[in-house]
Design a protein around this ligand. Sequence first.
Ligand SMILES: [Zn+2]
Length: 455
Amino acid sequence: MTILRARQALTPAGWATDVDVEISPHGRIAAVRPQDGPADHRCDLLLPAPVNLHSHAFQRAMAGLTEARGPDGRDSFWTWRRLMYRFLDRLTPDDVEAIAAQVYVEMAEAGYAAVAEFHYLHHAPGGRPYARRAEMADRCAAAAAETGLGLTLLPVLYRWGGCDRRPLEGGQTRFGNDLDGFADLHAQAAETVVAGPADWTIGVAPHSLRAVGPEDLDAAAALAPDAPLHMHLAEQVAEVAEVQAHRGARPVQWLVDAQEVDARWCLIHCTQMTATETAALAGTGAVAGLCPITEANLGDGIFNGTAYAQAGGRWGVGSDSNVQIALWDELRTLEYSQRLRDRSRAALATANASTGRVLMETAAAGGAQAAGRDAGAIAEGRWADLVAVETETPWLAGRRRDAALDSLIFCGGNARAVRDVWSAGRHVVQSGRHVARARVARRYLATMARLGQDL
Ligand SMILES: [Zn+2]
C-alpha cells in the first residue's frame, strides 16, 4: 500500500480533513480513513484528477501557427481546418508518437490523470493504410504507456467529406475507412488496449454527422456495444445548416430522435443548441464534452451551460486541439463564457457549492463517465486518479475548502500549483514535473525542428 496523507481532500461526502488515502498495488483507492501510522507522501490539497475527455494529440504541433490572417482576410474554423489538413500530411508514425508523448506529459502536469484520444489520423499520406491498420492508434497508445497517462482510445470512423457523401479528398484521405476496414482497425486497436494497463479502455468514435451516415453510425455503435461512444456534434453554424438540409433536423435534435442516446455517449462541443435541444440532451444522461479553450480559439460559440446544468446535464472538459493544455484555465474559460454572455457572476455555482467546487466535481465525474473509467472521485474502489495541489503559494495561502478551489481556478490558474499526479496509482508527476519530461521533450524538439513552421 502507498499512503497519501492529505490536509484537505475533496471526497463524495464533501471536504475531508487530515485523512489518509491508501492506494493498492493495483492502482485503486483501498481506503479513505483518518490518519494513522507512517505516510509515504504528504499533500496539502488532494483532488480527483479528471480525464481529459477530448484530444487530437497531433494538433498540439500546430499550436500557435494559425493566429495570423489568411490572404482573404477572413479566418474561420473552416480556414483553420484547411491549414490543419496541410500540416498533418507531413506527419509520420514516429512524429505522431513523439507529439502525443509531449501532449500527455503536459496533460499530466496540468492535473489530468487520463485522456480520451479521439484518433482519426489513420493512414499514410494519400490514404494508403499502413501494413498494420492500427499503426497510428498503436503510436498513441505507446505514448500513453511511456508517460503513464490513463487511456481511453477512441478509433474514429470517418467516411465522407460531408452530409452529401462526397468522397474524402486531400488531407482527409488519411482519415477514411469503409466499414470493413474500420472493423479491422478497431479490432487491432482493441488488442493493443487489452494488452496495456488494466485501467485502459477502448471505445469508438463516429467522427460527426458530416462524416458518417445514419447506417455508419449504427455500425460504429454496434462494434463496441457497451463502450464509450464519442462524436463531434453541433460545433459550427455551417455544420448545423448542412445537417438540417440533409437530415431535416438540427444535429442535437436529429441525434436524440434517431439514436438511443444514453450514458455511454459523449457529444463533443454542442455549442449550437436551441433551448429545446439543451433540455433534450441534458435528459439523456450523456456527457457533453466541452473544450472551452479550443471553442474560444476557433470561434465556435458558447455552450448553453447554465440552462444545461439546471436541467441536470452532465459535462466534462477536454483540450481538443491542444492549443493550450491547462485544466484550471479550461474550467475558468467555461465559467467566464457564461458570465460574459449573461452579464452575471458565479454562473455555474449552486446554493451548496461554489463555482470552483461545481466545476471540479462535475468535470471529474463527467470525464470519468465519458471515458468509461472507474474514477472521478476519491472513494474506495475507484482508480487512484489524484492530483495534489501545493497551497503554500501566494494565491492559495490561507485558502481552505471551496475557497481554495475558487482561488486555484480563478486566481492562480497555472499548472505550477500541481505538485503530484497519480494515474491509476502511477506517480507520474512528482514535485511539479512529469517523471519522463526531459526525455519526451528532447524527442519532441527534434520532431518540431524537422517539421518547421510553414503551413
Ligand atoms: Zn475534436
